[in-house]
Ligand binder design. Sequence first.
Ligand code: 13P
Length: 252
Amino acid sequence: MREIVIAGNWKMNTLPAEGVILARAVADVTAAMTQVLVVICPPATHLKDVVEAVRGTYIGVGGQNVHWEKSGAYTGELSADMLLMIGAKWVIIGHSERRKYFGETDETVNKRAKRALSAGLRPIVCIGETLEERQAGKTFEVLMRQVKIGLDGLVLKGRGGLVIAYEPVWAIGTGVNATPEQAQEAHYFIRGLLKVSYGDEIADQTVIQYGGSVTDANAVELMACPDVDGALVGGASLKADVFGRIVKAGVK
Ligand code: 13P
């Protein structure tokens, strides 16, 4: 069976003390749900506090970005070693907000993911089409390009390795989630791309999360899709009880 990974992307939300309280509450509500890998990705300022807050629990902690160089003159960036040294094990890469507001491209996504993997961080690489692209019938073309360039030359190992998050941009923060049919169609397509590049076994074991307006109201039907292996949750990950119910939906 594939891993199920439910991750909370807190984005630029919570102050340090709030983050610690939220992290502890998430650990409490998800304590019995050990079949699911639960990950929380707080802002960098309190990553370390959150790692401490969930020490001894099953919760994994991740950064929201990582640079491709080991160190150097890259103002505002974080290195893989910085994340690892404070106990982060995961990192989100190529989120659509990074692509839209901060000039992230498939090429920089590729470099960041390469670095994360070689350093021993588990990357969650985000892909997904915009509304215009979907309406123009270009969804599959876009996903193909994002996977081809974004994952170019990366070593995928399936279980325990790189995670892909399919996040249609039109569903992020809009309250409009992809229907289970739309999600399954995209996930099946993405897994097919992985099969061509990496073979059946690795493709079958690679986690593909869905993201975009996941809530406790739609998580069950989304998680029921055969190729949906968890979720990357934004707004709904900021409330421990709601996030807990989403994690519960991941217990297949
Ligand atoms: P929302 O769940 O708030 O739509 O955000 C999704 C997302 O961007 C997760 O990375």
